[in-house]
Design a protein around this ligand. Structure first.
Ligand code: CTP
Ligand code: CA
Length: 225
């Protein structure tokens, strides 16, 4: 494959990837979500498969075709995503690219919520969703390499350092979303690890994916040359 020709080999390795948003139901016709397109996560799954890895892609609701050679599991909610991730273990590396909804409704309604004529909206009680990345960070089957993404609009490296520590991840790919990134085709990222920060130039999402998978392969299967 293309990446294998360039010396990136992940044959025999299992790479677990989350991508896209999650949808948290409010009632049968409404949900809480965010603007993730899933493109970056799907590009990473594509790159990992091209490098010869076995790839499990846990995808929230997105409008993207399944990359060749990738096992895709579709989910809607954060809790479904967590359970699919845990069922896919063990993995050599986990790359959590999904923009998981931070909150869900405390109690999704069985029937469509109706206006009651008072002009006052029904109150919407929210509870925090489980943190999938942090759960893996302290999991008995923690992947050897655990990578998170962090979309930030300011103090990018600082917030990423804090997330690295809080979630027990090895790397955070910090993503500057102050411009047009959500749904766009390019990404400016910094790779934040306990040993420092690498800044990459603005790149198409496919190139960010290839570079990240090459870096993953360097850790999991160091090149002999
Ligand atoms: N993440 C996760 N489960 C959640 C929330 C986040 O697995 N419930 C993961 C994301 O997939 C990403 C990383 O954690 O890899 C960072 O997500 P982010 O939303 O930036 O972090 P939060 O802890 O939710 O912080 P913030 O308040 O900035 O949203
Ligand atoms: Ca969040």
């Amino acid at each position: 494959t293309a990446l294998e020709t360039n010396g990136v080999h992940l044959a025999g390795r299992h790479i677990l990837i989350t991508a896209g948003p999650t949808h948290e139901p409010i009632d049968p016709v409404r949900y809480i979500a965010n603007r993730s397109s899933g493109k970056q996560g799907f590009a990473i799954a594509t790159a990992a498969a091209r490098a010869g890895a076995r790839v499990t892609l846990i995808a929230g609701p997105v409008h993207l075709p399944t990359p060749e050679g990738v096992t895709r599991i579709d989910v809607q909610t954060a809790r479904e995503m967590l359970s699919a991730v845990e069922q896919a273990l063990p993995a050599d590396a986990a790359i959590m690219v999904a923009a998981v909804a931070d909150w869900r409704t405390a109690d999704a309604a069985d029937q469509k919520l109706k206006k009651d004529g008072s002009g006052q909206p029904a109150p919407l009680a929210l509870v925090e969703n489980p943190d999938i990345l942090a759960t893996l960070g302290r999991h008995a089957q923690r992947p050897a390499l655990l990578i998170g993404f962090a979309a930030e609009t300011q103090n990018i490296a600082g917030h990423a350092q804090a997330k690295l520590a809080r979630k027990g991840a090895d790397w955070i790919v910090a993503n500057d979303v102050s411009g047009d990134v959500m749904g766009g085709d390019a990404n400016t990222v910094q790779i934040v690890t306990t040993s420092g920060i690498e800044t990459w130039p603005a790149l198409p999402k496919g190139e960010v994916a290839d570079k990240l998978i090459a870096k993953v392969a360097d850790v999991l299967t160091p090149r002999s040359d």
